[in-house]
Design a protein around this ligand. Structure first.
Ligand code: SF4
Ligand code: SF4
Length: 127
């Protein structure tokens, strides 16, 4: 590259708008098809564990006894496999990126389901 050509490139770069944004200081651009973070409607979840079984990144943990569903946001690769394998329609993909996780913050989001309502004991029938 000749000196003239290089100087031209440097000058152009100096006055050109940057091709990237200063994320996270500036919000990321969102598009309709952006594969963003996964969300769960915990009220639809029956804690079957199918989503965790089909997660290639091992990012989901389901605890049926404690009725918790958790996701490691750093491990998730936003492939949508969990949503495709949830028969209850509880997981969905958004077009929002998870904000960067800074030191001291947890990378695991835990969602807790409502406790199971105990069925009233069957009334004794008088003989
Ligand atoms: S989100 Fe869906 S697949 Fe995952 S545990 Fe809940 S009901 Fe099962
Ligand atoms: S989107 Fe993919 S990687 Fe992320 S939790 Fe679901 S199955 Fe796992």
């Amino acid at each position: 590259m000749g000196l003239f050509s290089m100087t031209k490139t440097v000058l152009k770069s100096l006055f050109k708008k940057p091709a990237t944004i200063r994320y996270p200081a500036e919000p990321a651009k969102r598009f309709e098809g952006t594969r963003g973070q996964m969300e769960i409607d915990i009220d639809k979840c029956i804690f079957c564990g199918l989503c965790a079984k089909h997660c290639p990144a091992d990012a989901i943990t389901v605890n049926r006894n404690e009725r918790t569903w958790s996701i490691n946001r750093l491990w998730c690769i936003c492939c949508n496999s969990c949503a495709e394998n949830c028969n209850k329609g509880g997981i969905y993909q958004t077009n929002v990126y998870h904000p960067p996780i800074v030191a001291g913050e947890t990378d695991v989001d835990v969602y807790k389901g409502k406790p199971v309502e105990e069925k009233p004991a069957a009334e004794e029938t008088a003989a």
